[in-house]
Write a protein that binds this ligand. Structure first.
Ligand SMILES: C[S@@+](CC[C@H](N)C(=O)[O-])C[C@H]1O[C@@H](n2cnc3c(N)ncnc32)[C@H](O)[C@@H]1O
Length: 202
């Protein structure tokens, strides 16, 4: 497995395909190892590097559904999966996550968001009715190159920055989520979804 992961790191570096960085990968592995999810949903597969990292830490019998829009990257991911002992546990869906999410009927207890930075809130909204109470949401790159906290982000980035801020405001303020933001890599937000019944109905 380690050799396969090293081969994937080289493949990604040669083609400048973004995969999770070393520190983020360590936090992802530790988070999956402690949450022991049985059903993982990943948005943004690239070549499947983080998919296999998670597969290596998940409980025996766990399943992973992963979504990638880029057909060439998805093909590379499929080839790498076939070389791993986790191949049978992984379902790779090729297409736009925004279009695929409504058709998923799984109940997931771990969600890894790592696709288009402007659409994190949209992805979460699309996945929310498929999350089990207690599910963990791991969102990478939430500092958006440090621009999320900038007073005056460059004009061409403003919409993207606004949308990432909206994601963070949502998971920080909605009572169904408890969120911690880790200053690791480009920022990682880990949220726990309490379920839809966590509202105070008094
Ligand atoms: C940062 S990479 C994912 C890296 C991967 N999670 C890892 O760490 O190994 C983001 C990926 O999301 C994909 N992506 C972007 N927009 C998407 C969308 N709307 N639906 C599905 N995948 C998308 C990109 O093609 C890219 O491969």
């Amino acid at each position: 497995m380690d050799d396969l992961l090293r081969a994937m790191e080289e493949y990604a570096a040669l083609r400048t395909i973004p995969v999770i960085g070393r520190d983020g990968a360590a936090l992802l592995c530790a988070t999956v190892a402690s949450a022991r999810p049985r059903a993982i949903l990943e948005i943004g597969t690239a070549i499947g590097y983080s998919t296999l990292l998670m597969a290596g830490q998940a409980a025996a019998g766990a399943r992973i559904t992963t979504i990638e829009i880029d057909a060439e990257r998805a093909a590379a991911a499929r080839a790498f999966f076939s070389r791993s002992r986790h191949a049978a546990a992984i379902e790779l869906l090729v297409g736009d996550a925004a279009a695929i999410l409504p058709g998923l009927d799984g109940a997931y207890d771990f969600l890894f968001i790592d696709a288009a930075k402007a659409h994190y809130l949209q992805y979460l909204a699309g996945a929310m009715d498929k999350l089990q109470p207690g599910a963990v949401i791991f969102a990478d790159n939430v500092y958006f190159y440090g621009l999320v906290t900038a007073e005056r982000p460059p004009r061409r980035m403003r919409t993207l920055v606004k949308r990432m801020r909206a994601y963070l405001e949502f998971v920080n303020n909605d009572p169904r989520f408890t969120t911690t933001i880790h200053p690791i890599g480009d920022g990682i937000a880990i949220s726990r979804f309490q379920g839809d019944d966590s509202h105070d109905h008094t």
